[in-house]
Design a binder for this molecule. Structure first.
Ligand code: LER
Ligand code: MN
Length: 269
């Protein structure tokens, strides 16, 4: 199984993103540690030098597995389901920019916190309608760019909606677009799922991306999450994507990146 590591040019100290600093330097470090791929977290693709990223990836023989779009919500408060039509329109335009950027890098685009929250919407119905409309509107561009969007199930303390595998799978099946898949995260599953392996197996073919952190959101190996079981379930369903390390940068970004790599390489071989 291929391993990826999250990175951002800047992120709050408590954010679950491992490497921080210029992408070119962090891509080189990720490759030196042994990672196959990187996951870039950013608020706005227009602020990133695409050529720099491409050159760093080519020089270091790593790919960009995925683009994390959460900072568009965290920094710029953009939500696809906001009750403010202007915010919704700007969120949609931003997501379309992410899709074009993902197309250039052959990466997945994550639909995590950019979905927004029911509490920022008028009602659950309005939320579902706005999210369906926004994602449906993106599908022709996603197809044209060859990009898959992955909807992340996020725990209840960070999101008031779409917390579980079953809830996200229902939404994905209702939308019925080839280009929308499920994104699971071990930290969120550890909080929300009644049974992790059976639910992974039930979601099966829908799974398009996997974040890994331990039970305490430290790097894998620092808590009590059962990674062997999850990896076995992913093998059962024929998952072919990466395991992307999205954990706290503790005790230091470098130690988290190296510790996660060592643990996961062993757990996956
Ligand atoms: C994003 O991938 C995620 O898992 C959220 O918890 C954002 O912090
Ligand atoms: Mn995640």
């Amino acid at each position: 199984m291929k391993l990826a590591i999250t990175m951002a040019t800047e992120a709050p100290a408590q954010a679950p993103v491992v490497l921080r600093g210029g992408f070119a330097d962090q891509i080189r470090l990720a490759a030196q540690i042994g990672y196959d791929a990187v996951e870039l977290h950013l608020p706005d693709p227009d602020e990133v030098d695409l050529r720099d990223v491409r050159e760093a990836c080519a020089a270091n023989k790593v790919s960009v597995s995925s683009i994390g779009t959460g900072p568009a919500y965290g920094r710029d408060r953009l939500a696809l389901t906001s009750c403010d039509p202007d915010v919704r329109a700007r969120a949609l335009a931003r997501l379309q920019a992410f899709i074009r950027f993902g197309g250039e890098l052959n990466s997945l685009v994550i639909i995590g916190l950019i979905k927004g929250q029911v509490r920022d919407s008028e009602s659950r119905d309005a939320y579902d309608g706005a999210l369906t409309d926004a994602l449906t509107a993106c599908m022709p561009l996603a197809r044209q760019c060859g990009v898959t969007l992955v909807m992340e199930a996020i725990n209840r303390y960070e999101s008031d909606v779409l917390n579980t595998i079953a809830e996200c799978t229902r939404f994905i099946e209702q939308l019925g677009a080839e280009q929308l898949k499920l994104h699971i995260d071990t930290f969120h599953m550890n909080i929300e799922e009644d049974q992790i392996c059976a639910n992974i197996v039930a979601a099966g073919r829908h799974i398009g991306h996997v974040h890994v952190a331990d039970s305490n959101r430290g790097y894998p190996g620092r808590g009590h999450y059962d990674f062997a079981e999850t990896i076995a379930a992913l093998r059962t369903v024929g998952y072919r994507g990466v395991l992307s390390v999205e954990c706290l940068a503790l005790p230091t970004p470098d130690e988290a990146a190296r510790g996660a790599y060592k643990f996961l390489r062993q757990a996956t071989t």
